[in-house]
Design a protein around this ligand. Structure first.
Ligand SMILES: Cc1cc2nc3c(=O)[nH]c(=O)nc-3n(C[C@H](O)[C@H](O)[C@H](O)COP(=O)(O)O)c2cc1C
Length: 401
């Protein structure tokens, strides 16, 4: 092979490629309150609004935004797996990038941030999932992660001709996880004849993941079965929180699920950020995009489909919260962000203080989304992150966390 071969040029030692991770996955760093970017792979992001400022999810913007997040020390990128938009005038999510290929691409251009992929487990075999996540884990030298979604919207699955079984979707997901994780652990080939997966032969994958025994797993089931699944299989569970006084009861419930399996998982939630130099500016912009420009039809579509496939919260003692301080004040449904997202609206001091209050409830992290990620993240990074450091929620950047 010639010396000009870029493979040889990379480290000068052909065949001496080391798969030793250069760092641990930042999901396990010392920061008390973890932050990740959510839903930037889809147009609209997490904003059900007709405002023309809304996120268009152009690839080059996603790359630029991801590089800023990477350099600023945020912990993770979490994309949404979507197959069909929410209709309405804005049709948010009508355009979305597939998350495994998105993860491999972003993995190659980042240095420290964890790159999650979101997989609808009924649509991907465990063996495919194991190989794909192992690939991203090698691309990133140990920064891959998997968000397991068992499905809630039949209208999206109709593109695949796959039926969501509301009562057994998490049982199916658990079996998927068991096969997937065993494959990544390595060891001898094995066969699998279970309830949902039968006739799987000679299961193995090579290479196995860089992270041992497997990359971290997230899930976001809210129903009792969803929480139970997370307690058995996930490392991080997302729960919807729209007011902080909801948190103690939710965490107590998760603790019961964890005790059943003698496991400990961390609980995060998802937020939507409007941060401006002053509170008034932030609230005015919020009022504009979330109330004046609300995509009522898209919101109605979501309402219809939310309960169409999976009824209610499956008997959850605690109902999924949708109302927040803005919806209560205005009487509007879904003001800001996405139903169930926590609104951080205000000055950098306001947003940082609100995150500190959230952290104090026991939540270990939060996703952030913006009307325009690329335009708004630099201000968040420059103004909010240092305040979180001063409040003791995050280590000073540049320190080896
Ligand atoms: C942070 C977060 C990420 C999610 N990502 C997806 C996703 O990418 N695709 C999807 O279909 N559902 C996604 N969901 C929905 C959940 O998987 C789940 O269906 C929802 O929280 C309701 O829980 P339940 O299905 O147990 O009722 C997400 C939810 C949250 C809170």
């Amino acid at each position: 092979m010639s010396a000009t071969n870029p493979l040889a040029a990379a480290d000068g030692k052909m065949g001496a490629v080391s798969y030793t991770p250069r760092m641990t996955n930042p999901l396990f760093n010392a920061n008390r309150f973890k932050l990740g970017i959510f839903s930037a792979n889809c147009d609209g992001g997490l904003t059900m609004s007709l405002a023309p400022e809304r996120w268009q999810a152009n690839w080059d913007d996603i790359v630029a935004m991801t590089k800023i997040a990477d350099e600023s020390g945020l912990e993770f990128i979490l994309p949404v797996a979507k197959w069909r938009g929410y209709q309405g005038k804005a049709n948010i999510y009508g355009k979305s990038f597939e998350t495994l290929t998105h993860g491999a691409a972003l993995g190659a251009i980042t240095k420290q941030i964890a790159i999650f992929s979101t997989v609808h487990v009924p649509l991907v075999t465990p063996a495919f999932g194991a190989k794909a996540i192992a690939t991203i884990d090698h691309v990133t030298h140990g920064r891959a992660g998997l968000n397991i979604v068992c499905g809630w919207n039949q209208a999206e699955f109709d593109l695949h001709g796959v039926h969501i079984e509301p009562d057994t979707r998490y049982d199916h997901g658990l079996e998927w996880f068991q096969i997937w994780s065993r494959m990544l652990e390595g060891g001898p080939e094995f066969d699998w004849d279970g309830q949902f997966f039968k006739g799987l032969r000679n299961l193995h994958t090579s290479p196995v993941s860089v992270q041992r025994p497997r990359p971290p797993v997230m899930s976001a089931g809210f129903s009792p079965r969803g929480r139970d699944f997370a307690a058995r299989a996930a490392d991080v569970l997302f729960l919807n929180v729209t007011e902080l006084d909801q948190v103690p009861a939710l965490l107590a419930d998760v603790a019961q699920h964890m005790a059943r399996y003698h496991r400990s998982i961390r609980v995060f939630t998802m937020g939507h950020v409007v941060c401006r130099p002053t509170r008034q500016q932030a609230e005015e912009f919020f009022h504009y995009f979330a109330e004046e420009m609300a995509d009522e039809e898209g919101q109605a579509y979501y309402r219809r489909n939310r309960g169409a496939t999976v009824q209610g919260d499956g008997g959850a003692a605690i109902a999924r919260p949708f109302e927040n301080r803005f919806t209560r004040a205005t009487g509007r449904r879904y003001a800001g962000g996405y139903p169930g997202a926590y609104p951080f609206v205000g000055s950098p001091d306001d947003v940082a203080a609100e995150m500190a209050r959230m952290s104090a409830t026991g939540l270990a992290g939060c996703t952030v989304a913006f009307v325009d990620y690329l335009k708004e993240i630099p201000f968040f990074v420059d103004e909010v992150l240092p305040r979180l450091e001063r409040l003791g929620l995050r280590e000073p950047r540049g320190s080896s966390v």
